[in-house]
Design a protein around this ligand. Structure first.
Ligand code: URA
Length: 229
């Protein structure tokens, strides 16, 4: 405090900074009775309202889920499949940081901290995501070198990746982007489609001893480290 009104609203769990900017532009936000603009600053004790309802910063929570196969990374699934948000009963509404495919397992963060989510997903920060891929066939070093160097996909070339073969069709790959189905598309492009994909680490955080389908709240120091990536 004092902070810009968009930042304040993002800290209330209303949504990302960009989402709350839409509320401000739509004239739905008031500060001390006056319609807020993007440049409005909020200080301790100010009366901030959205559609006339007072809002207060909620304490933020970030959790790590060891996602099981079959859960979808959406808030609600029209087909009634299990969702990652349904697996995390934290007493507050959390949203996933990025997404994993339905059949991908492993580390997924969920948070109600819009600032943190935006920070982690911003391409400029190039957060490291490490996957273990079981692929069809045994890719040779030449094929893996293509992944390391960056490979052309239909939405543009990938940035360099760290790639280590574990043998028997198992490959560890670390990427610093988060395009849709990126790892699956990269392996398909070298002729070794993915059979199973497990995210082993996100920004250095691993599932550790958490069983599949289980989650834990991150510690304040883990969250601080995430803010610095
Ligand atoms: N890349 C993919 O192809 N799928 C995921 O779930 C995550 C990264």
């Amino acid at each position: 405090m004092p902070v810009r009104v968009n930042r304040y609203l993002a800290s209330t769990g209303l949504g990302s900074r960009r989402a709350v900017e839409d509320l401000i532009r739509a004239g739905r936000v008031t500060v001390n009775g006056r319609v807020a603009e993007l440049a409005t600053v909020v200080a301790e004790g100010d009366d901030v309202r959205v559609d006339g309802m007072p809002v207060r910063p909620e304490s933020t929570m970030t959790v790590l889920l060891n996602k099981p196969r079959g859960a979808v990374t959406t808030a609600r699934d029209p087909q009634g499949r299990p969702t990652v948000t349904g697996l995390v009963e934290a007493g507050v509404r959390l949203f996933p940081v990025g997404r994993l495919d339905r059949d991908t397992t492993g580390v997924l963060l969920l948070t109600n901290d819009g600032e943190l989510a935006e920070h982690l997903m911003h391409p400029r920060h190039g957060v490291a995501k490490t996957y273990r891929a079981r692929v069809s066939g045994e890719p040779g070093e030449a094929a893996l070198d293509r992944l390391r160097a960056g490979i052309e996909l239909d939405d543009g070339p990938t940035t360099p990746a760290e790639v280590t073969s574990r043998g028997a069709g198992v490959v560890d790959i670390t990427i610093h982007e988060g395009r849709n189905r990126q790892v699956r598309r990269m392996f398909a492009a070298i002729g070794h489609p993915v059979i199973h994909l497990d995210r082993r680490a996100y920004a250095g955080l691993t599932a550790g001893r958490l069983a599949r389908g289980k989650w834990r709240v991150l510690t304040p120091s883990e969250v601080e480290d995430l803010r610095r990536v």
